[in-house]
Ligand binder design. Sequence first.
Ligand SMILES: *Cc1c(COP(=O)(O)O)cnc(C)c1O
Length: 512
Amino acid sequence: MVLSKTASESDVSVHSTFASRYVRTSLPRFKMGENSIPKEAAYQIINDELMLDGNPRLNLASFVTTWMEPECDKLIMASINKNYVDMDEYPVTTELQASHLHPHPTQYIYNRCVNIIAHLFNAPLEDSEAAVGVGTVGSSEAIMLAGLAFKRKWQNKRRAEGKPFDKPNIVTGANVQVCWEKFARYFEVELKEVKLREGYYVMDPTKAVEMVDENTICVAAILGSTLNGEFEDVKLLNDLLIEKNKETGWDTPIHVDAASGGFIAPFIYPELEWDFRLPLVKSINVSGHKYGLVYAGIGWVIWRTKEDLPEELIFHINYLGADQPTFTLNFSKGSSQVIAQYYQLIRLGHEGYQNIMENCRENAIVLREGLEKTGRFNIVSKDNGVPLVAFSLKDNSCHTEFEVSDMLRRFGWIVPAYTMPPDAQHVTVLRVVIREDFSRTLAERLVIDIEKVLHELDTLPSRISAKISLTREEKKEDNSTVVVKKSDLEMQREITTAWKKLVMAKKTNGVC
Ligand SMILES: *Cc1c(COP(=O)(O)O)cnc(C)c1O
């Protein structure tokens, strides 16, 4: 006891942190250490390890915000120790909101965000009527909640009609984000996917409406497909579904997954009808941490009216003081993200969001044109969707998109490559998401680096990916084997390994 105390004292007082024994020896990885370590050493160890993470601002794979103004960073740090549920009332219904006499300031901020976003989406609200919506961790939680509301509404209706209600389904495009598949599996709803085809990478509204049946709890349209940024035609879907509902007597509603597009369309495509202006759109989700311009950890879901959110899903708790209605999957969470969202909404206003979105669109066009000039790529994104550029090689018989992606990493760029969902799985694309902090200089720099990569690939004799099999054998439970397709990640890993070998072989030949 005395000995170890002396040792740690000497570490702290005599050596710099780097010279202390804590930084020189490694800690047990998967077990808690016997003794405490000095705070400086803990900081240093973790900080050093994190240095090896990629630079988030060069991660062009993600829609999630990586830069905010320093004033907002300050507000975030100041509220980092506040638990959101301790002070919050969820504005699920107007009466409950009015009955709360001493709301905390954070609650006001939260309510304002919900109302501002509902107005942005053209919710049909009377003058002083409060919007119906909740803040979530992201669009995934928002989609779980919206899906649950549809499921419950449909079940209640079927039960009242004396019809079976055990086989609910949702109709979507095969291009849906993975959170819809999660919702389907966790909450036992079948996902009926409209297949894609080469050259058409979003849900075809006509085919979607054909797939709707009496068990369909909603059709989910995407404003800004994750794969190529394209906006789905929600207006056409709404019109076709109105017809079908008339013929069949059903009242199948629409949910719009506006995770990325919800903060784009209102500012640069105000004429586009995709939101509550369309009568069948009953709920919309948006990720505050994507083009809402807040760091990871916030999303929103807004319902058209109170009637679209079944009352029995709302929990009333009172053990933290006054009555609080809540409808979220988690209880405690930080307040910082809500405060940061409010900062962006008031700081930027309509003008600010419009400027940023226009700028992103222009930078996407600069990049798109730069890529077209190389003459080597087909562009599979549209200029009037989410600001991103998705592209594939015109000729991938010698080298694939996975190899381009891999080589770009050497320049520090993270540009993902992936195969499209069925029935366009033979198409591979590279995707660059343009965020606020991706400047024109960076766009131009990226084109130059892509050209370098192409040039280098052209001089390479061998096609790495040709040596890698697209499939592998997998053992089944009965010990027989089946041939399965390798995942994109597996392909990427194998290509990286093959490149490393090649680069090392080159070095030994003295070639640079
Ligand atoms: C990002 C995304 C999601 C998931 O959103 P999170 O905020 O990351 O949970 C869902 N749908 C679409 C279309 C998305 O782009």
